[in-house]
Design a protein around this ligand. Structure first.
Ligand code: ADP
Length: 160
């Protein structure tokens, strides 16, 4: 039984994240998409709002579940008997950052493998932060996120 976790901020989930989730679900028996807190980031959506969006976007993917974690991703993986940690890589910059994190995680627990999946070319310039920046100016981001996420962004920025 190969259980993987896919940790991240998902503020909000984009089509790039969803592609990684679907490809992971095809590779492993079970995938847990988990919202982790990054102290360096300021979030637009609460953890609960982000979880609700993850659940909605992953609806129909039978071996995928969604959760909110606390502390380190590697501890979440260990506590949930997951031996694989998935990360998406869009660029050399992502790789440099991910390499550092994955190496640090190996010091903590080398029985858990980090698995890098390359972003699809069409999603390699897609990030939650660019989606938020574009949406904050009232521009639609329906090509980058699920329709309902676009609507949630519109609501969020209307109330700001
Ligand atoms: P964080 O960077 O805070 O962990 P994110 O939600 O931004 O959280 O990203 C989670 C993971 O998904 C990271 O490994 C990131 O590189 C990857 N990712 C983000 N956007 C994309 C994309 N468009 N295509 C593929 N992977 C992506």
């Amino acid at each position: 039984m190969k259980r993987a976790i896919y940790p991240g901020s998902f503020d909000p989930i984009t089509k790039g994240h969803l592609d990684i989730i679907k490809r992971s679900a095809a590779l492993f028996d079970e995938v847990i998409v988990v919202i982790m807190h990054n102290p360096d980031k300021k979030y637009l959506f609460s953890k609960e709002e982000r979880l609700a969006m993850l659940v909605k976007s992953c609806n129909g993917l039978d071996n995928v579940s969604c959760d909110i974690g606390v502390g380190l991703s590697i501890h979440y993986a260990r506590n949930h008997q997951a031996k694989i940690m998935i990360r998406g890589v869009r660029s050399i910059q992502d790789y440099a950052f991910e390499l550092q994190t994955a190496s640090a995680n190996m010091w903590i627990d080398d029985t858990i493998e980090t698995c890098f999946l390359l972003a699809k070319p069409e999603y390699s310039f897609l990030s939650s932060s660019s989606v938020k920046e574009i949406a904050s100016y009232g521009e639609s981001v329906v090509t980058m996120v699920d329709d309902y996420v676009n609507e949630e962004l519109v609501k969020k920025y209307q109330n700001k």
